[in-house]
Design a protein around this ligand. Structure first.
Ligand code: ANZ
Ligand code: ZN
Length: 888
């Protein structure tokens, strides 16, 4: 029995699982409740890394556990296979991106299988296969029909030498192109967007339903990204001078969260994309030049363009006549600027400028009107120098006053509101302006629409045709998918798809005239925003397997991927009315990173390879060449630090069970895991111990098999107590491991519990507890460890129960199964005198410490009673015989 080696066990069970794939049963044929376990699918970069091994170990443990709990488990796997690296490989080495991708997938699939994960490969998908991306294109068109996909100009990175758009990842830190080395420019291009802002209120408020089920920090990050703020929209009357010398009035809506500062408004500013700017620039070539030049200005520029034909009026200065009517706007004296610091698509794309109390406005004011005073309108409680009159702030006194709202008050510049607390003033000002029809409450979200256009090749083509007479026309459903053409990628000269001239040429689906295909592809986040829905599709349309019951993945996706997935899922909920799409991930588990052991020379900063150092176990390490003691740290694995670990190597060396257990044991799921391979021996010792116990149990099972009964004869006298202690131990192990499995985050403690149980069983014998109970204990241990160490436990089980009984098909143990027998802690004392029954003392709490006290204790007990006292004092007692019941 002990002969089979770890590599043999691995090979045997990997083969077994390969031959008996566990595929998800459609709910129409299965009576078990469905359970959908999903781990974030990998990008097929070519090799599996330790982060993958960690996340897929976790999801496999959950899937195997849920299977034993009686669920019909869906545990699929696929590939996020569009994206830049394939395209870069194609440009640099001339390989076909599709081939490159498929090869990587093959390698990684083999590596993935090596860890013993029970994935349902029958549902495998890859986002770069036409099969999948035709679905992505359908999704695009549905969004398009709902007005949720639209085109607008946006800035892109432009390589002026290669004449091509660059992804952010292709721009080096110093702002140069990855290939040509040219200084990257910014350029406006027509881009496709998804209107995620329309769903912002839902995406924000529905987060509440995820509290307690998603990590708090993920919810917080989503909240911040969506960024809800409440403020007001305020109308400022405008007077616009026309070319013919006359003028007309108009109004401009701004968005502010600080209405209490309205007396401090000194200018208005419009974003470049504001409709008024578009309109004015048609007749104002100088303005047009200013707008066109903006991409060349540095980030955060405070440049501005004064619209000399426009003046604005502060609506709070408007007066009410005696009869209650509103007098016309008075002095139009506020300048109006076009300013890139005002963002388009945010709020109303226009702001009221309050230089005294907003840093951005102050900077702008100093830059554009340096001679003008700054008008303060708010003082802080207890502030000594109340700044009453407008005061000149020179560029050297860069101290502006940005008070918090609750402890501040309006100053003498605020007319009848002077002296009011800002919060109160805010309410009153709002009420006044609202009554005049000049203000409305408004919510604003910081989130921007999702720019999905990429001028790249290796992505889903956008299924739109541009026609000279019909404009943008969607490709007809029956013509999907729009397949990617085969082309040679050069990395030069514009969009790769633009160069596929034959492919670009098509006919308009509407009018049939010659037209051109859209040459953009979609952001790969679009693929991953719905792949879990594709996995969850059941052949029987009655059974939509959404939502995902538990989603496991890396912290790096805490914001964008999850937000986009929620957006798309929620869109489908609205469109189909199927509430199961509402929130796609019922529970979210985020796992920490895996860090590698890193050796670095403290003086030179040089990183050393593991074979360049001498490591003293548990102690310092020395450079083999220089004998300098090197620093040992754990850091993010990277090639340059020589601290990477190859999961396959590790699995081959230590076996899949020890590797999986080690990964889980070294750190709680959410924490950073410092990968120290030396410590894996701890797991190996544990597993060896388990095998010894299993061998013992096997002997008992064998005995039972051949004789039909367990060998009762050898049971020790105090076996009831020992068995009952063991039962209690089993009960607590089942409770502990089960709760870690449910919690997931504490899987490391499941392994501690399993170790404790193993050691406990190791400390007893079949003789002590009885063979039947001993076997039960070992069986329970094997079941409990089977999700984590599936191969060794299955092997041990097979030895005990033969090849037809599969451990993974056993029921998960329940606490109630382990009945702890009451061992008596009181006795009845039955008193005979001269062979005749005299009396019984019931339920006497046991009070002797050892064998020698019993006689004395019984004698005292009898004497304590009246009748006993009488009986014993009536005659001379010559001899006391204690007859003990068998189990005392
Ligand atoms: C006047 C004011 C005075 C403002 C003051 C702030 C402080 P949050 O809180 O982040 O939502 N704003 C509004 N729309 C903008 C846009 N499209 N681009 C750039 N800035 C914009 O920010 C709300 C504040 O951001 C608004 O309140 C507005 O400036 C500015 F002492 O109005 B505030
Ligand atoms: Zn047409």
């Amino acid at each position: 029995y002990g002969e089979i080696t770890i590599p043999e066990i691995d090979a045997k069970w990997l083969g077994r699982w390969e031959d008996t794939p566990r595929t998800f049963q459609s709910p129409s044929t299965s009576t078990k409740p469905p359970y959908y376990v999903l781990s974030m699918f990998p990008y097929p970069s070519g090799t599996l890394h330790m982060g993958h091994l960690r996340v897929y170990t976790i999801s496999d443990v959950v899937a195997r556990y849920k299977h034993m709990k009686g669920f019909n488990v869906l545990h699929p796997m696929g590939w996020d296979s569009f994206g830049l690296p394939a395209e870069n490989a194609a440009i640099e080495r001339g390989v076909d991106p599709a081939e490159w991708t498929d090869q990587n997938i093959e390698t990684m699939k083999t590596q993935l299988k090596r860890m013993g994960a029970r994935f349902d490969w029958s549902r495998e998908l890859r986002t770069s296969s036409p099969d999948f991306y035709s679905g992505t294109q359908k999704l695009f068109l549905e969004l398009y029909k709902e007005g949720l996909a639209y085109r607008a100009p946006a800035l892109v990175n432009w390589d002026p030498v290669d004449q091509t758009v660059l992804a952010n990842e292709q721009v080096a830190k110093d702002g140069t192109s990855w290939r040509s080395g040219a200084k990257v420019e910014q350029k406006y291009l027509e881009q496709w967007f998804f209107k995620i802002t329309r769903n912002a209120p839902f995406l924000r408020h529905s987060l509440e339903s995820l509290r307690g089920k998603w990590p708090d920090y993920v919810i917080r990050q989503q909240e911040n990204w969506i960024g809800e703020s409440s403020g007001s929209r305020v109308k400022f009357p405008l007077r616009i001078a026309d070319a013919d010398g006359s003028s007309h009035e108009d109004a401009l809506k701004i968005y502010t969260t600080r209405l209490d500062t309205i007396f401090g408004v000194q200018f208005l500013a419009l974003s470049v994309t504001h409709p008024l700017v578009q309109k004015f620039s048609e007749t104002d070539p100088e303005l047009k030049a200013f707008v066109d030049n903006i991409p060349n200005l540095p980030v955060g520029t405070k440049a501005g363009y004064l619209l000399s034909n426009v003046k604005a009026f502060n609506p709070i200065l408007q007066e009410t006549a005696e009869d209650g009517t509103l007098l016309p706007a008075g002095n139009f004296d506020l300048p109006v600027f076009v300013a890139p610091y005002v963002l388009g698509g945010l709020g109303t794309s226009a702001v009221m400028g309050v230089p005294a109390h907003d840093q951005r406005d102050f900077d702008f004011w100093q830059e554009n009107c340096p001679e003008q005073p700054v008008r303060f309108v708010i003082v802080q409680q207890g502030a000594k120098d109340r700044m009453v009159e407008p005061r000149v702030v020179t560029s050297t006194t860069n101290k502006i006053f940005a008070p918090g709202i609750t402890k501040s008050f309006l100053n003498e510049n605020c007319g009848q509101y002077a002296g009011l607390n800002c919060v109160v003033a805010h309410q009153q000002l709002f009420a006044t302006l609202k009554e005049r029809g000049m203000a409305l409450p408004s919510k604003r979200f910081r989130i921007r629409d999702w720019l999905i256009s990429r001028q790249r090749f290796w992505g889903t083509p956008i299924p739109i045709v541009h026609c000279g007479s019909c404009g943008s026309v969607p490709v007809k459903d029956e013509d999907l998918p729009v397949l990617l053409p085969k082309i040679t990628l050069t990395g030069k000269g514009g969009s790769p798809l633009k160069q596929a001239e034959e492919w670009v040429k098509t006919t308009c689906p509407k009018c049939g005239n010659p037209a051109e295909r859209d040459t953009d592809t979609m952001d790969t986040f679009v693929d991953s925003s719905w792949y879990f829905i594709r996995f969850g599709m059941d052949p029987d349309p009655k059974h939509n397997l959404m939502p995902v019951d538990i989603y496991i993945g890396g912290v790096e996706h805490a914001i964008l991927h999850l937000l986009y997935a929620r957006f798309i899922s929620n869109f489908l909920e609205k469109r189909t009315g199927d509430s199961r799409y509402l929130e796609p991930f019922r529970r979210l588990i985020t796992q920490g990173m895996v860090h590698g052991k890193t050796y670095q020379d403290p003086q030179t900063g040089k990183f050393l390879k593991p074979d360049e150092v001498d490591v003293i176990e548990g102690g310092p390490a020395f450079d083999k060449n220089t004998f300098v003691e090197v620093d040992i740290t754990y850091e993010k694995m990277s090639k340059s630090k020589y601290n990477g670990v190859d999961p396959t190597e590790c699995l081959n060396k230590h076996g899949l069970d020890a590797t999986r257990a080690h990964i889980l044991f070294q750190a709680p799921v959410a924490d950073i895991l410092d990968w120290d391979e030396a410590k894996i021996v701890g797991m190996q010792r544990w597993l060896a111990k388990v095998r010894t116990l299993a061998a013992r149990a096997e002997v008992e099972v064998e005995f039972h098999r051949t004789t039909g009964s367990y060998s009762k004869a050898i049971v020790a006298e105090d076996s009831d107590q020992a068995a009952s202690d063991l039962m209690r131990e089993l009960q607590s192990a089942v409770a502990g491991v089960t709760s870690s499995m449910e919690d997931v985050y504490s899987l490391n403690t499941a392994i501690s519990d399993l170790n404790i149980l193993t050691n406990y069983i190791h400390g007893i014998t079949p003789e002590l507890v009885g063979p039947e109970v001993y076997v039960l204990a070992v069986e329970t241990l094997l079941k409990l460890m089977s999700p984590i160490c599936p191969a060794i436990s299955a092997e041990c089980w097979e030895h005990m129960h033969g090849p037809r009984s599969l451990l993974e098909e056993q029921k998960w143990p329940e606490e109630e199964q382990f009945e702890v027998k009451e061992v008596k802690d009181s006795v009845d004392i039955i008193v005979h005198v001269n062979g005749k029954y005299k009396l019984t003392l019931r339920d006497q709490a046991i009070g002797w410490a050892d064998e020698y006290d019993v006689q004395e204790w019984v004698y005292d007990k009898v004497l304590e009673t009246e009748e006993g006292d009488r009986l014993l004092s009536e005659r001379e007692v010559k001899n006391v015989i204690i007859v003990r019941a068998k189990n005392l």
